[in-house]
Ligand binder design. Sequence first.
Ligand SMILES: Nc1nc2c(ncn2[C@@H]2O[C@H](COP(=O)(O)OP(=O)(O)OP(=O)(O)O)[C@@H](O)[C@H]2O)c(=O)[nH]1
Length: 327
Amino acid sequence: MPSRDEILNAKVLVVDDCADNIDLMLEILRDAGYTNVTSTMYPEQVCPLHRQHCYDLILLDLQMPGLNGFQVMKGLKAIEQGGYLPVLALTAQPSFKIAALEAGARDFISKPFDLLEVHKRIHNMLEVRLLYKELAQYSKQQQELALHDPLTGLPNRRLLEDRIATVLQHARRQHSKAAVMYLDLDGFKGINDTYGHACGDEVLKMVASRLTGCSRKEDTVARVGGDEFVIVMGDITTLRDAQEPAAKLIEAVSEPYLINDLTLKLSTSIGISLFPDDADNVEALIAVADSALYQAKRSGKNRCCAAALAAPLPDAPVQHSMLSTPA
Ligand SMILES: Nc1nc2c(ncn2[C@@H]2O[C@H](COP(=O)(O)OP(=O)(O)OP(=O)(O)O)[C@@H](O)[C@H]2O)c(=O)[nH]1
């Protein structure tokens, strides 16, 4: 529930073409302890102001020259789009009350003002509005959590698969290539076993930040398992366009890690698959990159293997071209 202070600090806009009505409402709100209240006598300013300040409550007079309150609400609805329209209609016309609710106002206050009614309705509406905002924020956070790895903040496998699908769509349209690089740290278990899981976590976070730092802004760097990361590159034309960045990634991961008083060394192996040469869908590209990674591990680690352009024969080992890091 929003606290009393949060309610009193909420952003409120009073809209009325009559200066006396505005003064009266401002006085009522100030006396009640509201601290963040502004006003306008110009209905055409309401939408631009709301776009700029995102009010928690708009106290809106319905009968105004030029734009009336109903027209203003139409504009506000377009801004909020499916959100919560924070409008409390002010009206002296009993027949306007239901019309205002039908037009999107959450509630109304009758003129002349009854102080108790004004206080209660404003408080109740702000409570709901702030709760609604908390809920929207919470659901955004939940969505983020569902798509990101909590330790490193990188996209997780689910988001990665979406991103690869988008990259493939683009590559199909542009007749370009895309690469999937599958990374697995070498000997990471030893770091956990020797220095503890917390130290391992620090290393993983540093690796994540190095991988992101070495990649282009448009590439996706994801964490897909304990010490496994995948990088997707779109808009490339040859295997070299992936092999060169892969060599840089291997170099970046092999820089020392300074954690507390420790200096740790680590390396990584990488498997690369190319679209459309090695596979033409998300799952297969990941699987081919994973199998190239396995080859890199088997042939000594700290290196990158690219899957062969030709598909392997059934039951035959996958052919790979090899690129070792500079010594
Ligand atoms: N600190 C930490 N360790 C993790 C996390 N998730 C998985 N691990 C550990 O990461 C290790 C990964 O195992 P492997 O890849 O088989 O170990 P490795 O020593 O890197 O082996 P190679 O890949 O063959 O070099 C396991 O010991 C897991 O327990 C995590 O979130 N934090």
